[in-house]
Ligand binder design. Structure first.
Ligand SMILES: *[C@@H]1O[C@H](CO)[C@@H](O)[C@H](O)[C@H]1NC(C)=O
Ligand SMILES: *[C@@H]1O[C@H](CO)[C@@H](O)[C@H](O)[C@H]1NC(C)=O
Ligand SMILES: *[C@@H]1O[C@H](CO)[C@@H](O)[C@H](O)[C@H]1NC(C)=O
Length: 314
């Protein structure tokens, strides 16, 4: 379990919901709007890279994100694979504690580098080049700096097990490029248990098992990379969000979240965990966000308890 440090709060990207979901409630209808703390502070510039789990169809050459349209283009909830917002849309528009502007380069099917694992166009390497071409010089439309820009990465790590280290080290070099351009705050999401998606389940136990083993290695290597990067740089803030654990909880107990079971599919994005045979629906994504909040809350509870103990008994 990784705890979100205070910059997530400070940078405006945080979950500020006040209720923990109950087993029967459909909490997405009850998400309280975050309170405005200081509407005059600078926006948070949220640059994101990833694949279909993150795609929103944003075009860097079209309408730019602004206070009246924080996703820029297209409209919130379109261009995704959830039938609604995905994690980026939620973080930008409903789970934000201040104004967040999102610049999303994620493209469906993206790998880390097509030179390593050939796939669709729009791999992470080219997403980075697009960022560099359009935003690295901190244009008037996105005058970001080290303090108010957050760089988010979420990839499922297509590839084969033997490639994992290579892929991760390529990812590291791309993160390093952003660092050279002045980025200092980084958010990474590890890979959720896609081995348990109907897409893999349909291929039989052996495939599921192999894929799960591969993901475990990928996630471990990612975690090591993030730790190493953090240590080597010294002046960066990194957060690794454990989407694997949180989505596992939902798959282990689907009815607690209002889903009939762990395998049904419905493209309404709300009735089932899965929107299609590989992508979770928008409500699943929102629940994953709830876990984030829940653990954050728990952390503070623990923290105060600890101090209470310290002052009264020491
Ligand atoms: C809000 O932020 C602005 C700019 O940083 C600052 O000047 C102002 O004092 C802040 N207002 C409050 C109420 O904190
Ligand atoms: C969160 O983002 C939305 C959409 O930009 C905005 O309307 C809202 O004021 C933001 N919340 C806070 C607390 O700033
Ligand atoms: C899962 O739920 C769906 C929708 O209610 C249903 O059609 C399907 O048969 C269920 N699957 C299993 C394995 O129970």
């Amino acid at each position: 379990m990784k705890l979100p440090p205070s910059w997530l709060l400070a940078s405006g990207i945080t979950f500020t919901m006040t209720a923990i979901p109950t087993a029967t409630a459909r909490p997405w209808t009850q998400v309280p709007r975050p309170r405005a703390e200081n509407t005059t502070t600078n926006p948070t510039y949220f640059f994101t890279f990833g694949d279909s789990y993150s795609q929103t169809g944003f075009s860097a050459s079209s309408t730019q994100p602004s206070a009246s349209s924080p996703m820029g283009n297209p409209d919130l909830g379109t261009g995704t694979t959830t039938n609604g917002p995905n994690w980026i849309g939620y973080l930008t528009t409903t789970e934000n504690a201040s104004l967040v502007l999102n610049y999303n380069f994620a493209a469906g099917g993206a790998t880390i580098d097509n030179a390593l694992v050939p796939a669709y166009p729009g791999d992470l390497a080219s997403q980075f080049r697009l960022f560099e071409d359009v935003y690295a010089e901190k244009p008037e439309t996105a005058p970001w700096d080290a303090k108010d820009a957050v760089f988010g990465y979420y990839l499922r790590g297509w590839g084969v097990a033997t490639y994992t280290l290579k892929l991760i080290s390529r990812l590291e070099s791309l993160v390093e490029e952003v660092y050279k351009n002045g980025g200092r705050k980084f958010l990474f999401l590890n890979v959720p248990p896609t081995s348990r998606s109907p897409f893999f389940l349909d291929q039989g136990e052996e495939v599921v098992k192999q894929h799960a083993e591969y993901l475990a290695v990928f996630n471990r290597n990612l975690e090591e990379m993030v730790e190493k990067f953090n240590k080597e740089k010294g002046d960066v803030t990194t957060v690794l969000y454990d989407s694997w654990s949180f989505m596992t909880k939902i798959l282990d107990d689907p009815t607690a979240y209002g889903f009939p079971n762990a395998t049904c599919i419905d493209d309404d994005g709300t009735s089932c965990i899965w929107w299609n045979n590989y992508h979770p629906g928008m409500n699943t994504i929102l629940f994953v966000g709830y876990y984030y909040y829940y653990y954050y809350y728990y952390y503070y509870y623990y923290y105060y308890y600890y101090y209470y103990y310290y002052y009264y008994y020491v």
